[in-house]
Design a protein around this ligand. Structure first.
Ligand code: PMP
Length: 416
């Protein structure tokens, strides 16, 4: 073994971080996501960011929200500013059941646990179910924020393929078989059935039934993460998997995309016994979810036509989707492929073989456009020729300009 130069202390990492030897093993999986590193660059005004998935809340009626909050402070201020229940505010949990009914779910508010965004729900479920080395089956690709949670609990992620109709049942069967044959334990399937982040696809109704059946047969829990389900452009929401069976499924919802992410309110709907464990985990993590945010959302839902508001959001996102798809069709080289999402925020774009989206990113940023390279959405280094484009935040004009710049970068890459 090569000896270290004498000027470098034997434990040289401590030069950078004096605590490096003291962190828990689980921190090895905690790395800044590619998206986070991108945020600083992408938020410069001259860059068109097709990278972040920030909901566009410019259409929210701030006077209505402000009025609901002022009323809350005037009439229930001392309660709203106090600690609350670890499970969440009862009135809000009732209203959450109404929201879920739009996707066919009949549930008791008793089985709802309010969380700090659905992100915390992913964390709590993983905390409750997973030991180091346990396997979580995820779609390929999958939501970067969930992959980060699974890594931080030292889980192994096994990916199962998707196509235009979402997760492929046979790919799920193969993943289950291979994992079991390797003597490993699958704790749950993590799936985003609607307007997938990042793939943009939606799981067909037939497959929802099939996947629920496969998981029931195999005794595998489903973690159904559904922040975008009400943001479809062309039709009523499809039935949630949780509406097909109340066993074996934990359903996650969020107000981040249908109202506003800054309140940090999401929820988990879980089988009764799991709900108990999630509340205990929630109490140890935060004592209780933010009481003020919950009561503010509850007031907003009570006084405003929130379904009309969601319809407006859908129309705005559809216009942006159209701008992006139109621009891609007009400007991208013929060898580039993408899907046409019918809801949500994201387009998944595949470059021709040999073009690496991650390697290309610095050149894109120089051309003042940003995206997220596909590798961010895989636990295993796949996705190098793909990227996620978000159309949710920029105006249609900026989207066209961003795609124009990106097409120029891809063309230059093809000529190399
Ligand atoms: N799941 C998915 C699939 C997401 O896209 C997001 C946000 N981008 C979340 C969960 C977390 O959302 P929040 O914590 O704001 O509810």
């Amino acid at each position: 073994m090569e000896s270290l130069p004498s000027s470098v202390p034997a434990r040289h990492p401590s030069v950078l971080d004096p605590y490096v030897d003291r962190y828990a093993a689980r921190t090895a999986g905690m790395t800044a996501s590619e998206i986070r590193a991108l945020f600083a660059v992408a938020s410069r005004p001259e860059v068109v960011s097709l990278a972040g998935g920030m909901p566009n809340i410019s259409g929210l009626p701030l006077d209505v929200v402000g009025g609901a909050i002022a009323d809350l402070v005037a009439t229930q201020g001392p309660v709203a500013m106090q600690y609350g229940s670890g499970q969440g505010v009862p009135e809000l949990r009732e209203q959450i059941c109404e929201v879920m009914r739009l996707e066919g779910i009949r549930a008791s508010s008793d089985d709802v646990v309010v969380t700090v965004g659905s992100q915390q729900a992913v964390d709590l479920v993983t905390r409750v179910f997973c030991d180091p080395g346990d396997v979580v089956v995820c779609e390929a690709p999958s939501y970067v924020g969930a992959l980060g949670v699974f890594k931080s609990y030292q889980c192994e992620v096994v990916h199962a393929e998707m196509d235009a109709d979402g997760l492929v049942p046979q790919a799920l069967r193969n993943a289950i078989r291979a994992t079991k044959a390797a003597g490993k334990t699958i704790k749950f399937l993590y799936t985003i059935p609607n307007f997938h982040n990042p793939a943009g696809v939606t799981l067909s109704v037939e497959r929802r039934h099939e996947i629920v059946e496969i998981c029931a047969e195999e005794g595998i829990l489903i973690l159904e993460d559904n922040p975008y389900g009400l943001l479809g452009f062309d039709r009523d929401p499809l039935p949630a998997m949780r509406s097909l069976s109340s066993d074996n499924i934990i359903y996650l919802g969020s107000f981040s995309k249908t109202f506003a992410p800054g309140f940090r309110v999401g929820w988990a709907l879980a089988p009764h016994s799991v709900r108990e464990k999630l509340v205990l985990a929630q109490e140890s993590a935060t004592l209780c979810p933010p009481q003020f945010s919950q009561m503010a959302i509850s007031s907003y839902l009570a006084v405003h036509d929130w379904q009309g508001q969601i319809k407006q959001f859908r129309e705005m996102y559809r216009e942006r989707r159209d701008a992006m798809i139109g621009a891609l069709s007009d400007m991208m080289p013929a060898s580039v492929r993408w899907n046409v999402p019918d809801g949500g925020f994201y387009v998944w774009l595949t470059l021709p073989p040999g073009v690496n989206a991650k390697a290309m990113l610095p050149r894109a940023v120089t051309a003042r456009v940003a995206y997220v390279p596909g590798t961010a959405f895989f636990a295993d280094g796949f996705g190098s020729s793909a990227m996620r484009l978000s159309y949710c935040y920029p105006t249609p004009e900026r989207i066209r300009e961003g795609v124009r710049r990106l097409a120029g970068v891809v063309e230059a890459e093809l000529e190399l």
